[in-house]
Design a protein around this ligand. Structure first.
Ligand code: NAD
Length: 292
C-alpha cells in the first residue's frame, strides 16, 4: 500500500510556482494576485480562506482578503463582485462558500467573470471542462487528477466509482476521469444518495473516489483487494479531548480499508492540501492568460 501524499505533492507544486513567480519578478512582470471574498464568520470558512491567503504570501503572490459582515446584502456582494471583475490588479478571485442563507449563491457565482473564476465554478468554465477545452478546472477535482498523475496511478480502462454528485467534486471528477487522457480513460460509475446496492458497485471498483461527507462511510468489506482510494471527505467530529474540540476525518475507514488498498489518500494530508495548491496553480494560469 502506498500513501498518496497530498501534503508532499502540494508542497512540490508550491515550490514550482514559487520559482515561476520569482522569474516573473526578475523580468519585471506583475506577480499573480488572488482575492478572496468571505461573508460572515463560519469557522471552517475562516480556516480555509486564512490558509489560502497565507499560501499566497508564502509563494510570492499578492493576495487580498475581503471580509464582509454576515448581514451583507446580496446587492452589496454583487457590487463587490463587479468591482473585482473590473479591477485589473486582480487576476483571479474566489467567493468562499457557503454564503449566508439570504444570498442567492447561484446569482453570485454567475456574476463572476469566467476569466477570473479560479474556482472554476462558473457554467462557462464547467462547460469548457466537460468539452476538454482550456479552462479553470475547479481546484478539488484538479488536485485529484494531479495527485493521480504524479503517482503514476494507472486509470486507463479501470472502473472508477465516484460517490457523490456535487457540482464542485463528484460531478466534475466523474467527467474528468472519463475523459480521454492520462489520468482519465476510466469507465465511470457516478453513485449518489439514491443509488441502490452501492456495495455491489464499489466491490467492482478499481478506483473509488468518495465525496459524500459521512465519516468512515466506506468500509473494508465494500472494496476489493488492490483498490485505489481517493478520500475527499472532510468532516469535523466533536471531541472534547482535542484542543480544538473536534478532529477531522474522511469518508473512509482508513485503518481497515488501507490494508486492502494499493494507493490511498489520508485525511488530513491527502486531497485537502492539493485543493489549495491547485487554486494557486489556477491563479498563476489566470495571470499568464491575462499577460497573453
Ligand atoms: P455535498 O454535500 O454537496 O454532496 C454530497 C453528495 O453525496 C451528494 O451528491 C449525495 O447524493 C451523496 N450522498 C450522500 N449520502 C450518500 C449515500 N449514503 N450514498 C451515496 N451517496 C451519498 O458534498 P461536497 O460539497 O461534494 O463535499 C463532500 C465532502 O467532501 C464533504 O465532507 C466536504 O467537506 C468534502 N470536501 C473536501 C474538499 C477538499 O478540498 N478535500 C473540497 C470540497 C469538499
Amino acid at each position: 500500500m502506498e500513501i498518496l501524499d497530498g501534503k508532499k505533492i502540494s508542497n512540490q507544486i508550491k515550490e514550482e510556482i514559487t520559482v515561476e513567480v520569482a522569474q516573473m519578478k526578475e523580468r519585471g512582470e506583475k506577480v499573480p494576485h488572488l482575492a478572496a471574498v468571505l461573508v460572515g464568520n463560519d469557522g471552517a470558512s475562516l480556516t480555509y480562506v486564512g490558509s489560502k491567503v497565507r499560501s499566497c504570501k508564502k509563494i510570492g503572490f499578492e493576495s487580498t482578503l475581503i471580509h464582509l459582515p454576515e448581514e451583507t446584502t446580496e446587492e452589496d456582494l454583487l457590487k463587490q463582485v463587479h468591482q473585482l471583475n473590473n479591477d485589473p490588479a486582480i487576476d483571479g478571485y474566489i467567493v468562499q462558500l457557503p454564503l449566508p442563507k439570504h444570498i442567492d449563491e447561484e446569482k453570485v457565482l454567475m456574476a463572476v467573470d469566467p476569466d477570473k473564476d479560479v474556482d472554476g465554478f462558473h457554467p462557462t468554465n464547467f462547460g469548457k471542462m466537460a468539452l476538454d477545452m482550456e479552462t479553470f478546472i475547479s481546484a478539488t477535482p484538479f488536485g485529484i487528477m494531479e495527485l493521480l498523475k504524479r503517482y503514476n496511478v494507472d486509470t486507463e480502462g479501470k472502473h472508477t466509482v465516484v460517490i457523490g454528485r456535487s457540482h464542485i467534486v463528484g460531478r466534475p471528477i466523474s467527467i474528468l476521469m472519463s475523459q480521454k487522457g492520462k489520468p482519465g480513460n476510466s469507465t465511470v460509475t457516478l453513485a449518489h444518495s439514491r443509488t441502490q446496492n452501492l456495495k455491489e458497485l464499489t466491490l467492482q471498483a478499481d478506483i473509488v473516489i468518495s465525496a459524500l461527507g459521512v465519516p468512515r462511510f466506506l468500509k473494508a468489506d465494500m472494496v476489493k483487494e488492490g483498490v485505489v482510494i481517493i478520500d475527499v471527505g472532510i468532516t469535523r467530529v466533536a471531541d472534547d479531548t482535542k484542543e480544538k474540540g473536534y478532529y477531522i476525518t474522511g469518508d473512509v475507514d482508513f485503518d481497515n480499508v488501507s490494508k486492502k488498498a494499493s494507493f490511498i489518500t489520508p485525511v488530513p494530508g491527502g486531497v485537502g492540501p492539493m485543493t489549495i495548491a491547485m487554486l494557486l496553480k489556477n491563479t498563476l494560469l489566470a495571470r499568464e492568460r491575462h499577460n497573453n
